[in-house]
Write a protein that binds this ligand. Structure first.
Ligand code: NAD
Length: 280
């Protein structure tokens, strides 16, 4: 089911092929995304919310998607965005967003969830859900928005993967395999979109300071009977040279950069933002 709320409706008709700025004009450096429409999934919380705020500051009109309709409505209202409450685990609900008929210049595939269990105990339903939300939905969304991007000759796809798009950790079979899959999907889109003004990249963070991770830190501190600083340094960031969490605003900054001017040649790449984790 898709529920639409929010004050400002973006002018998103896919038949609108007007470029946001004349091709040879330099965009306003303070608002490089003025005239562009950006869709961000998982925008009700954490990284998605920070990305939505940053893209709004860059001048983009926003379409925000999340399962959590109430929280999404709050974020959308604060940013003057359109809220599309949608379960990305449901392919029919994704189709009902009607994105083939709307203008989307920037797609940020960010929504995600985690489940931890050894493979032999991993609930197959949970495994399939994680793959539907974190790999199948990004494919379906890209499938719907790419024709309009190709027609207008400009588009940006940024997929939030993870250090776990490049490395494995025990008990995270669904998450690690979905993120590795999303890394591959991004590269295929980059190759197909080459020469058409459309780029596809991933941003692969280490642990980011979101409510989810802060909860995990508090949990581990209780379980091991040690302080939260010690949990970060000795447990969660054990493999990370820079011993601090990444901030959501740092992730948002990189996403905004990849959507900004002079980035036509940055495509098919994975941008690590992990304090050096994957360098070790
Ligand atoms: P979060 O839990 O704060 O936000 C995720 C959002 O996705 C939530 O608002 C949730 O409602 C939404 N969502 C979940 N299932 C959905 C569904 N079926 N349909 C629609 N929306 C759904 O998480 P976050 O920490 O901000 O993570 C955002 C992305 O960044 C995820 O893809 C995550 O894997 C990735 N990431 C996070 C970290 C981290 O440390 N937080 C590290 C690396 C990568």
């Amino acid at each position: 089911m898709v529920r639409r709320t929010g004050a400002a409706l973006a002018s998103c008709d896919v038949t609108d092929t007007t470029p946001a700025t004349p091709p040879d004009a330099e965009p306003d450096p303070r608002r490089p995304l003025a005239g562009r429409t950006a869709l961000v999934t998982g925008a009700a919380s954490g990284i998605g919310r920070a990305v939505a705020q940053r893209l709004a500051a860059a001048g983009a009109e926003l379409l925000l998607v999340d399962l959590d309709a109430d929280r999404l409505a709050g974020v959308a209202e604060a940013l003057g965005a359109e809220a599309l409450a949608c379960d990305l685990g449901d392919a029919d609900a994704v189709a009902a967003l009607g994105l083939r008929r709307r203008r989307v210049d920037v797609l940020v595939n960010n929504a995600g969830l985690q489940h931890v269990a050894p493979v032999e105990d991993f609930d197959p339903e949970r495994f399939a859900l994680i793959h539907r939300v974190m790999l199948h939905a990004p494919f379906l969304l890209a499938r719907d928005v790419l024709p309009g991007m190709y027609e207008r000759g400009w588009g940006r796809l940024v997929h939030l993967t993870s250090a776990h798009g490049h490395r494995a950790s025990a008990y995270k079979a669904a998450y690690v395999s979905a993120k590795h899959g999303l890394e591959g999907l991004s590269k295929v889109i980059a190759v197909e979109a080459a020469g058409r003004g459309v780029t596809s990249n991933t941003v692969a963070p280490g642990y980011v300071r979101t409510p989810l991770v802060e909860g995990q830190v508090a949990d581990q501190a209780r379980r091991h009977g040690i302080g939260e600083d010690e949990v970060l340094e000795r447990v969660m960031l054990a493999r990370t040279p820079v011993k601090r969490l990444v901030e959501p605003a740092e992730v948002a900054e990189l996403v905004a950069y990849l959507c900004g001017p002079h980035t036509d040649s940055i495509t098919g790449a994975s941008h690590h933002l992990d304090g050096g984790w994957t360098a070790t």
